[in-house]
Write a protein that binds this ligand. Structure first.
Ligand SMILES: *Cc1c(COP(=O)(O)O)cnc(C)c1O
Length: 372
């Protein structure tokens, strides 16, 4: 990220009151479970340290989760020293001494991983605990259910406490798919895990209230106010926390037959007014957003992006209406009665809202609006 003041109008505004409201909504669906705020990948682009602080200040939010040991260390260094931080996959054996040093809770599911964690704890002369990750259908990482007995015995021998066991639902966002309820039943019937606290729910499974008696619910996307899947829109009352905005930097007239931008991918079929906005694919706006029909809001009106998005700027057809330099441009968020959600951008790009907010690059300053 460049240093110095923000001299470009492009920025990401993070509404922490929305995060708090979304966590209240999730709490209402979580039964007696404690909420674990998933802040991996810089809190899905929202700012990990700031989101973690806000989340931990809410009732019944007791855990944080990250993908990488490095992300856990970032939170500890920022002064988040008391909250337990779960690392959602097993750290490499050579990372286990850092896991112990920084007091992180690893997921565990291999013999070398458990041995290395136990050895790191012994070397530091501290007792260590991890969460056993079990694969019941995601087929990404995790122990096979039939290996659980052996791994638990091994952990015991290595001086590692297995404080909880967890699994992950690959299709929890598909309300009509019976797979998730079957999967959760298979998980809860693993006999070796009887008596060990467990957790299974991501945002979608939490909203659907499929696992209310778990130790934790691991909530990411819904905390940020984005429905886990477009098909679930409205299943929970969520408020988007991220707003991506810029301002018009330049306006010009373009004649019939003139083309705009690299590759001349858009040609005016009538005299047009074209506005330029200082945000591009290096900021996380996909190059083909305009080609696929994407747009922005200016003055509460939707305007199409024309041609390809360039690295640092994009062009918008503002022929209809009065647009001038300095006008606010909304790429994600509301403008008057109109709004563009991360899931709307995702639909245009044939992806998911998660990828859209994660894509907002570190060049875009995050402005945190914290009211409390
Ligand atoms: C990312 C992640 C979550 C959070 O998922 P959301 O759909 O964002 O709520 C939960 N559990 C695991 C294992 C994950 O990797």
């Amino acid at each position: 990220m460049p240093s110095g003041p923000n001299l470009r109008p492009t920025r990401c505004v993070i509404d922490h009151a929305a995060i708090a409201a979304n966590l209240a909504e999730l709490r209402a669906s979580a039964g007696s479970a404690v909420l674990c705020a998933v802040v991996k990948a810089n809190a899905y682009g929202h700012g990990a340290v700031e989101v973690a602080r806000t989340a931990l200040a809410q009732p019944r939010v007791g855990w944080l989760a990250v993908a990488l040991v490095e992300e856990g260390i970032e939170l500890r260094v920022a002064g988040i020293v008391d909250a337990p931080i779960l690392v959602l996959s097993e750290p490499p054996p050579e990372a286990m001494s850092a896991v112990v040093e920084w007091g992180l809770t690893p997921s565990l599911y291999t013999v070398p991983g458990i041995e290395a964690f136990g050895a790191a704890g012994a070397k530091a002369d501290v007792s260590v605990a991890g969460h056993l990750g079990v694969d019941t259908g995601m087929r990404r990482v995790g122990a096979e259910p039939e290996d659980v007995v052996g791994l638990l015995a091994m952990a015991d021998a290595a001086g590692v406490e297995v404080e909880a066991a967890w699994t992950h639902a690959p299709v929890g966002d598909e309300p009509d798919n019976p797979y998730t309820t079957d999967q959760l039943e298979r998980f809860s019937s693993i006999e070796a895990l009887a008596g060990i606290p467990s957790h299974v729910a991501n945002s979608a499974v939490t909203i659907r209230e499929l696992a209310p008696s778990a130790m934790l619910v691991r909530v990411g996307i819904a905390m940020y106010g984005i429905d886990p899947d477009r098909a679930m829109a409205g299943a929970a009352d969520l408020r988007p926390a991220l707003r991506l905005e810029s301002a018009v930097s330049f306006v010009k007239s373009v004649d019939v037959g003139e083309s705009v931008g690299y590759g001349h991918r858009w040609t005016a079929d009538r005299p047009s007014r074209i506005a330029t906005v200082p945000i591009g694919y290096a900021d996380g706006v996909r190059r083909d957003l305009g080609l696929r029909g994407g747009g922005v809001l200016i003055g509460g009106v939707w305007r199409p992006i024309v041609g390809v998005v360039t690295m640092d700027q994009l062009m918008v057809d503002v022929s209809a209406g009065d647009v001038s330099v300095g006008d606010v441009v909304t790429l994600i968020g509301a403008d008057g009665a109109a709004a563009i959600g991360a899931n709307d951008v995702a639909a245009t790009l044939d992806t998911i809202g998660y990828e859209v907010t994660c894509a907002v690059s570190s060049r875009v300053p995050r402005v945190h609006v914290i009211t409390e």
